[in-house]
Write a protein that binds this ligand. Sequence first.
Ligand SMILES: [Fe+2]
Length: 442
Amino acid sequence: MVVVWRTAALSAGAVEYGPDAALGLSVESPEPSIEHAVALTGLSAGTEYHYRVLSGGAVAADGLSFRTFPVPSLDGEFRVVVFGDTGTGNQAQLDVAAGIRLSAPDVSIHTGDFIYPRGGSDIEMDRKYFDIYAETISRSVIYPTVGNHDLDDGGTVYFGSFHLPEDSPGGERYYSFEYGDALFLILDSNQGMGVGTAQYAWLEEQLAGSERLWKIVSLHHPLYAAWLAVEANRRALDPLFARYGVDLVFQAHAHFYERFYPMRNARAVAVGEDPDYQDPDAPIYVVTGGGGGSLAQRNPGANTAYYASVYHHVRLDFQGPRLLLSAVGRDSRVFDNMSISKVVAPVFHRGDGDGDGAMTITDAVRTLNFLFLGGSVPSCLEAADFDNSGAVDISDGIHVLNFLFRAGPPPSPPGSPTLDCGFDPDPLGSAGDLGCETYTGC
Ligand SMILES: [Fe+2]
């Protein structure tokens, strides 16, 4: 966790922090500065920390707290807020900011354009961003996406304001982070992102290399929108997102809210399931450009599931294999809802047909019982299918006995209970997949 703050005059900075109000730990900035960025070390995952900030020995901010990112897990629950096109400092922006505070996100994404009308200065950034979201920023990370107006001054204010992951060839221009069982990809639509660009190659590598259940993208200029969509970027990225199972793509620049049906090759799919999708296996594009900039009014097309020219933020509730999206208006009322549910097969040990976490003679008995004596169907057929032949048959019972008493061959992957639990190597619903309703031995 990095704590960042500015002071009017040169001063020595320090952050005191700890798991309770007594604090106890302390890190000092390396040298006097007006731009302080202090990395806190020795933190545990998923833990609440209290902290306070000191400049020149005097307390600059006190009574603050944050929670560190959790260890990724499938059953993790967390909340992400997405909003953008904010920088006016008007009442609409203040109202949306109050709603974001009420949503109390674990982490947020800003979809770009922090200062209107054009770029700006550090003072403008303070007035139109840091002051307005101060409470949210003090206790959770807001990841920025670079918008067109953020580059009006060459990006000096924007890049001077944020300390971002540098895990890409684009430095802080585009990057990724993980939270829970989700991968977030923050892209830069101000530069080339088509096939052959460094950004495209990095993006494909990130998507191909991730085993996270959820994949979420943010970029400023929209690929699908009733206004300002960039057709060339859509043609390049749409197939990539679909191929690698991107779930949601957040976009901005057009100042309204617009949610599309799942899109595959520019065609809407699973339209009849709206708004509660069963793993549509095609990305859902959402325009969220209503954070404070003057609203635009356009006519949505047939692929749009919901459109409203209103000030808002988007709330994402990750609940294990389910994801709920709520669009929240400036009055903090939810005006649009959508959910995506995924079927997640349990992990198991092969050869353990009775699911007790061990391979014993009872596994052979259980299988033969089921096959010949009218015993109940094993709750995890894949666990009973010792040789992963695609059928539970007499040979599976014999294999168990052979393995236990005659040094016969071990079960197929993910292997016997002496190894780690694992998934069936056959994809869900494929010809060789027998399914595994529940397995209690992991
Ligand atoms: Fe923009």
